[in-house]
Design a protein around this ligand. Structure first.
Ligand code: C5J
Length: 225
């Protein structure tokens, strides 16, 4: 059974039984003051405003019995899965794998790589460790979704124009319908937030739909199944 969600460019028919909430990279190093993101000079408040809406959506989604998947961007401690170009890109004094404010930067198992406490995964919620920007590249996400009968994704997290957009595009090419609540995704750059969302819903929804968490909560409250 589907429940209508008011969205752009047009209504999204949410089928909860075939939809997964995919929360992208809500990691300490991107969101917390003192982390890698802030060390690079970014304004983390632009991302932190997504925490409360994500928390409310996650709680309602769990209560409704919906499937939840979390992702983390990061690399093996031996950096064998880190492309050399990603290591040197930006010409930073400290880059991926180096010592950062919360352990080695974007390395699995380090404090900064972990998901923020407010959105911490439950034991029954898969966590996808991804070496790239997209959540489908070099991961088992597609297989997990297929085994679970998922056809739709609600995609939230950070950052809107990088890992969220890349994942929505990858998902679109694999046949998933993606719905993105704008208050649950964030960018360090307000202009990229706007552009990232505009690109998803342009041309009749070329990559997917854009809505707000309020509209999804209303559909869940109305008994979406
Ligand atoms: C994500 C990034 N998660 N911006 N990473 O978007 O490098």
């Amino acid at each position: 059974m589907s429940a209508p969600v008011a969205a752009e460019p047009y209504e999204f028919d949410l089928e909860l039984a075939h939809c997964a909430l995919v929360i992208i990279d809500m990691q300490r190093d991107f969101l917390e003051p003192g982390g890698f993101g802030e060390m690079l000079g970014n304004d983390v408040s632009q991302l932190r405003r997504t925490i409360d809406p994500n928390r409310a959506l996650l709680a309602a989604w769990r209560d409704a019995g919906g499937q939840v998947i979390h992702t983390r961007e990061g690399h093996r401690p031996d950096l064998a899965d880190l492309p050399p170009c990603k290591k040197v890109r930006g010409r930073g004094a400290r880059t991926i794998g180096d010592a950062g404010p919360m352990g080695r930067i974007l390395v699995r198992g380090e404090e900064g790589h972990d998901i923020i406490r407010e959105l911490y995964p439950r034991a029954d919620e898969p966590v996808i460790d991804k070496p790239g920007k997209g959540a489908f590249f070099a991961t088992d996400l597609h297989a997990i979704l297929q085994h679970r009968g998922v056809r739709q994704l609600v995609v939230t997290g950070v950052t809107t124009e990088v890992c969220v957009n890349t994942t929505v595009r990858e998902a679109n090419d694999r046949g998933y319908d993606c719905l993105v609540p704008e208050d649950c995704v964030g960018s360090y750059f307000p202009e990229f937030q706007q552009a990232g969302l505009a690109m998803i819903k342009a041309q009749g929804g070329i990559f997917g739909w854009v809505t707000s968490s309020r509209e999804i909560l209303a559909a869940l409250g109305g008994g979406a199944k």
